[in-house]
Design a protein around this ligand. Structure first.
Ligand code: SAH
Length: 254
């Protein structure tokens, strides 16, 4: 049976679906949603085993991409798995893809992109704020995905150095200003995506995309409704996340 080695990253899964990431090393540390736990206590336990910690029952899981993105330490609003997964699918991001992204924020979307392009692809991430670069880099190093990501301090609207990339994915307040740079960077039929919380952003982005010869423009929102499933009946959860952002997709054309 495979067991947890010193230094492994472990997702502690509680019974309510919560996840906390911890490294199997070192002494007592305070963990959000878990309390005080010594990482070294996990060494030698089996993946999938149960750890009883105070009143909690925690399942020990090898972190997947959803755990890595949702469980990371965040500063700005992050792109959640419901949106990140659709971005990967629509932009056809896969092993070997080269993707340009902006901005990095806490690195949640970067994590999903890096996970998808591994082991031979690359993510080039533009970010104007050095403090976010430092923060996100730490998150990427934690998850082991940092070698797949090239972080560049710079304004994406001022242009990008990469050429012939497969996709450009934007989570910046003014994606329409970055459309010319995206056009230059993309391969002939490359994918464009903008993640925009406001519909005014969507309208301006569509206008810029049309002006710069993009086609196949689509905007959608992902509405996710969780359910509570019980032995005596099941129902949708009472609370639901009402809004994150609209996803706008387009293809470059020659
Ligand atoms: N997608 C990220 C969150 C990004 S928040 C995540 O999932 O964690 C938006 C980020 O864009 C901020 O860090 C901000 O500093 C950066 N940003 C804003 N305008 C930018 C620009 N023109 N070029 C590069 N980065 C920019």
């Amino acid at each position: 049976m495979a067991t947890i080695a010193p230094g492994d990253l472990v997702a502690l899964a509680d019974e309510e679906g919560g996840r906390t990431l911890v490294r199997a090393q070192g002494g007592a540390q305070k963990l959000r949603g878990v309390g005080i736990l010594a990482g070294e206590r996990l060494v030698g336990l089996a993946w999938g085993d149960v750890l009883t910690h105070g009143s909690k029952t925690l399942r020990l899981l090898k972190p997947g991409v959803a755990d890595l993105t949702a469980g990371l330490a965040r500063k700005a609003q992050i792109v959640l798995p419901k949106d990140a997964s659709r971005i990967l699918f629509e932009c056809d991001v896969r092993a070997g893809s080269r993707v340009v992204e902006a901005g990095i924020g806490s690195g949640a979307l970067t994590t999903a992109l890096a996970w998808a392009v591994a082991p031979t692809g690359r993510v080039f991430t533009y970010e104007i704020r050095p403090d976010f670069i430092d923060w996100a880099r730490r998150n990427l190093e934690e998850s082991g995905l940092a070698p797949l990501v090239e972080v560049k301090e710079g304004d994406i609207t001022k242009g990008v150095q990469e050429r012939d990339v497969d996709a450009v994915v934007l989570d910046v307040p003014n994606p329409w200003d970055a459309v010319p740079a995206a056009r230059e960077a993309l391969r002939g039929d490359g994918h464009f995506c903008a993640y925009s919380p406001l519909v005014s952003q969507v309208e301006l982005t569509h206008k810029a995309l049309r002006e710069h010869g993009f086609h196949d423009l689509r905007t959608l929102e992902i509405i996710e409704r969780r359910w509570t499933v019980g032995e005596r009946g099941s129902r949708p959860d009472h609370e639901m996340l009402g809004h994150t952002a609209w996803l706008t997709f387009a293809r470059k054309g020659v």
